[in-house]
Design a protein around this ligand. Sequence first.
Ligand code: ADP
Ligand code: 5GP
Length: 212
Amino acid sequence: MTTVFIISAPSGSGKSTLVNRLMTEVEGLTFSVSCTTRAPRGSEVSGQDYDFIDRSEFEGRILAGEFLEHADVFGNYYGTHTSELDKARAAGKDLVLDIDVQGAAQLKKRIPDAVTIFVLAPSREILEKRLRARSQDSDEVILRRLANAAREIRNYSLYDYVLVNEDLNLAAESLKGIVRAERVRRVRVEEKIRPILATFGAPPAGACDAER
Ligand code: ADP
Ligand code: 5GP
C-alpha cells in the first residue's frame, strides 16, 4: 500500500531542505517529479528535478487527462503525472509530493487518504532573512515571494499537519516522525497483523466482539 505525502509551503520556508532530509534519511520513499513549463534554474536536471516541457505539450497532457493534479503557479504550469503514483505503487514505495496549495486541494479530493503537511517559517521577518540568505532572487522577486507567502499561509488549515520550521533538526525529526507514524496506522498494517493473529489460533470461546 502506497501512502501519498503532500508537502506545501511558501517559498523560503525550508521545504526543499526538509524534503531532502526526509528523502535521504527515511527508507522506502520516492519523490514525485513534476512536469512544468518554467525554464530550468541553475543546476536543475530534466527528469530529476522536473520534467521541463513546453506549454503546448503540457496543454495536450491536460486534455488527455494525464495529470493527477495541475495548477498555474506564478504564470507557469505545474502538474503531477499519473505515472508518478503508478511507479511508486509498482515499487511498493510511499510517494512524496512537493506541490502548491491548489494542487494539494485537488489531490486530496482524488486521494482522500493522502497525508498533507504544511511548512511555515516562524515569522515574516525570518522568512525574509532566509530568502535573502539563499541569495537566489532579486529584491523584486523576494518582495513578490513575501506577498505570496502572506496569501498562502492562510491555507494552513486545509492541511493535516503544520510544521513550524524554526530549528531545522527539530522540524526534520517531526517530518520523519509524521511519515513513520502514518506507516503504522492500522489500515497500513492490517495485512501484517492477520498472520500474527493466526499464530495465536482461534479466539477463546466467549471472547467478546472487541477481542475477535
Ligand atoms: P523552500 O524550498 O521552502 O523555498 P529552502 O529549503 O530553499 O526553502 O530554504 C530557504 C533557505 O533557508 C535556505 O538557504 C536554507 O538553507 C535555509 N533554511 C531552511 N530551514 C532553515 C532553518 N530551520 N533555520 C535556518 N535556515 C533554514
Ligand atoms: P519552483 O518553481 O520554485 O520549483 O516551484 C514553485 C511552486 O510550484 C512551489 O510551491 C512548488 O511546490 C509548486 N509545484 C511544484 N511542482 C508542482 C506540481 O506538480 N503541482 C503543483 N500544483 N504545484 C507544484
